[in-house]
Ligand binder design. Sequence first.
Ligand code: NAD
Length: 246
Amino acid sequence: MNPLRLLVNGSRGRMGQTIIACAKADPEVAIAAAVDQGDDFNSALKLADAVIDFSHHDVTESVACACAADKKLLIIGTTGHTDAQVARIAEAAQLIPIVFAPNFSVGVNTLFWLTRKAAEILGTDFDLEVVEMHHKLKKDAPSGTAKRLVEILAAVRSLNYNEDTRHGRFGIVGERKTSEIGVHAIRGGDVVGDHTVIFAAQGERVELTHKASSRETFARGSIRAAKWGATRPPGLYDMQDVLGLK
Ligand code: NAD
């Protein structure tokens, strides 16, 4: 079987470089094009079967439109999109398969699953807080993964992400509301990505933690998503679909 030809967008970045290195070690895929800021994306697209995008959130929309026009599979790892940008990615997914995940690691997707289960079991007596830490060069906050964790908690508790999320605390903030989901973004050093979900009640506390120590876990996950997506019909998928966790 011919290898799946990949275009890596954001190829000079931390994730782009890691994906290229992992793809070179995988005989089922080949790097057909490596594109970064200033390069001709549309010409490179002709050489590829699928695009893996780890670039900047303002770029993804045009990448999705180009892939939809050329009927190419798209894997999106970029985070930090606005609601409007996410809506336009979803529109493109009516024409092509798109796997869009804030985190491609198997461990974090297990954390998503465990978080939902824990929230269901522990119920409303437990206060919910999410803490994330990343390297000092990360541009968006909270991380896409932390946002997804809050969305999972909000869905179980019938809360609203925009109204009930409390981003950090400062000053005389008053007592914590039961409906609040606290989110805290720590930045420093070279931390690849730590996420902890805290369930705190009277007399006990449950903490679920994932720590990534290498970007290879995200890179290999995105390549796995590309191989999985290559045989799917148009639609918007995430890593939970790829791993069969839904
Ligand atoms: P980075 O800053 O190291 O790399 C981003 C690259 O995108 C840079 O080389 C930059 O020049 C390039 N870029 C900017 N504008 C571009 C354009 N118009 N066209 C093509 N390339 C362009 O960042 P990173 O650490 O590699 O992370 C990239 C994105 O991936 C971020 O949004 C980050 O949050 C996300 N991320 C997601 C996961 C996941 O599993 N989903 C894991 C790690 C990082």
